[in-house]
Design a protein around this ligand. Structure first.
Ligand code: DQA
Length: 139
């Protein structure tokens, strides 16, 4: 099973960025633990701060991978282009967020990703990514 985690802007700063919201762990540390825990999954990771690069990556993997776990970060709330890219591809995607976006500012309540995702996992910290991975394993 081939799965990719795609992270959007500022998520390269996990561990340093607002630790009270996003925790102290870097994504690289977390990703290595996931790879170790699920050796049967061909799991890869991509991060970009640039909207067009995220769209290009979704297009690149979106017709051959078994699943995409996407945290589009702030672009979740603004990017019709990323939403359209998810609609255009054939691979299923799961939207994840580390924080509970619904308990935060109202501008974080809207998502252009959710209507085009298979499901949404929000607010379980970095565990949100593992829950998404498990849902791909179950289905
Ligand atoms: C986030 C929530 C977004 O609102 C925010 O812009 C992020 C991270 C999360 O994972 O909690 O950068 O996607």
């Amino acid at each position: 099973m081939k799965i990719i985690i795609i992270n959007g802007p500022n998520l390269n700063l996990l561990g340093k960025r607002e630790p009270e919201v996003y925790g102290n762990e870097t994504f690289e540390e977390y990703f290595n633990q996931l790879k170790y825990k699920y050796p049967s999954i061909d799991l890869s990771y991509y991060q970009s701060n640039i909207e067009g690069e995220l769209i290009s990556k979704i297009q690149e993997v979106g017709f051959s991978y078994d699943g995409i776990i996407l945290n589009a970060a702030a672009y979740t709330h603004t990017s019709i282009g990323i939403g359209d890219a998810l609609k255009a591809i054939t691979s299923p995607s799961i939207e994840v967020h580390i924080s509970n976006t619904f308990s935060r500012e109202t501008f974080r309540h809207q998502s252009f990703i959710s209507p085009n995702a298979k499901g949404v996992i929000i607010g379980f910290g970095l565990k949100s990514y593992e829950l998404a991975l498990q849902s791909f394993l179950l289905h």
